[in-house]
Design a protein around this ligand. Structure first.
Ligand code: AMP
Length: 289
């Protein structure tokens, strides 16, 4: 695969993507914050696959932008891991054509920016409760990236289940006319969900982090054995996380679309959890059988 063409200026990107769309090409976009891992790469490869349709090669696009507006004042913005050279290699390997990586956040959020997207219901609870303003920042940057790119489809990971629900609601409510594709969670061999933030974990913290996926797999087994009471399932997960040494933020079983808590885990209910391992906040989720 040839290396992707790198854009640093959103205006030049917008012009290039607009020209491609006007000439009839199909555009598939993967927005990321970089430090790309196998989870991201699964999205990039699927973007390549879906951009090409009916024997006609489309444009597979990725953005790499650590969006400051989705980080809280006490969060990890300044230490968020970055590796542009490695990311471009991942994009090349996946067959991405164009990459937008603005080096300065002011290129995306110009001084005086004052317009925000608030997806009211989907942003409530779960990560929205512990990260006030997070989904406002996410929805706003995703809308900007969609407007800059005007793709036919955009791909997001189910790893960030609530984020996906927020984006689907925004696209529906604001008639954005873009297809949103959700992609399954990619895990390490031992079950840990791939995350850029796993890079923060020390060797001693790694087994603690494993308690997140283990709790979810344990809940899946309980459900398969007929134990569907949400309170019991979440209590067991909390106990497992605490015993491993993780600090629980939330454990909930919710309806997959409304994200409202359910009393009984029905097929398709989603169990979501967030926990701190040392100072690293990790999230994971699983669709229950
Ligand atoms: P991020 O760079 O963390 O903003 O993630 C960019 C995109 O990759 C988001 O749509 C994430 O949901 C998705 N993603 C991150 N980790 C994973 C994973 N382990 N499996 C699948 N998708 C992922």
């Amino acid at each position: 695969m040839p290396p992707p063409q790198l854009f640093t200026d959103p205006a030049a990107w917008q012009a290039r993507c607009g020209q491609a769309r006007d000439s009839g090409l199909r555009l598939a976009l993967v927005p990321t914050m970089g430090f790309l891992h196998e989870g991201h790469r699964s999205l990039l490869r699927e973007a390549r696959r879906r951009a090409d349709q009916g024997g006609k090669r489309g444009l597979a696009l990725a953005t790499i932008f650590v969006n400051p507006t989705q980080f809280g004042a006490t969060e990890d913005l300044s230490r968020y891991p970055r590796d542009l050279a490695g990311d471009l290699a991942s994009c090349q390997e996946a067959g991405i054509d164009l990459v937008l990586a603005p080096p300065d956040p002011a290129l995306v959020f110009a001084p005086g920016h004052q317009t925000w997207v608030d997806v009211e219901q989907a942003s409530q609870g779960l990560c929205g409760a512990s990260r006030p303003g997070h989904f406002r920042g996410v929805a706003t940057v995703v809308l900007k990236l969609l407007n800059l790119t005007r793709p036919h489809l955009a791909l997001f990971g189910e790893k960030d289940w609530q984020q996906l629900a927020v984006i689907r609601a925004m696209v529906r409510d604001l008639d954005l006319g873009v297809e949103i594709v959700g992609m399954p969670i990619v895990r390490e061999a031992d079950g840990l969900a791939r995350s850029s933030r796993n890079a923060y974990l020390t060797p001693e913290q790694r087994p603690i982090a494993l308690a997140l996926s283990r709790s979810l797999f344990e809940a899946r087994e309980a459900v398969q054995a007929g134990r569907r009471e949400a309170a019991a399932l979440t209590a067991a997960a909390r106990a497992r996380l605490a015993a491993a040494g993780a600090r629980v933020d939330y454990v909930e079983i919710v309806h997959p679309d409304t994200l409202r808590p359910v009393a009984e885990a029905a097929p398709g209910s989603v169990m979501l959890l967030a926990a701190l391992v040392g100072t690293t906040r990790l999230i994971d989720n699983l669709v229950l059988p």
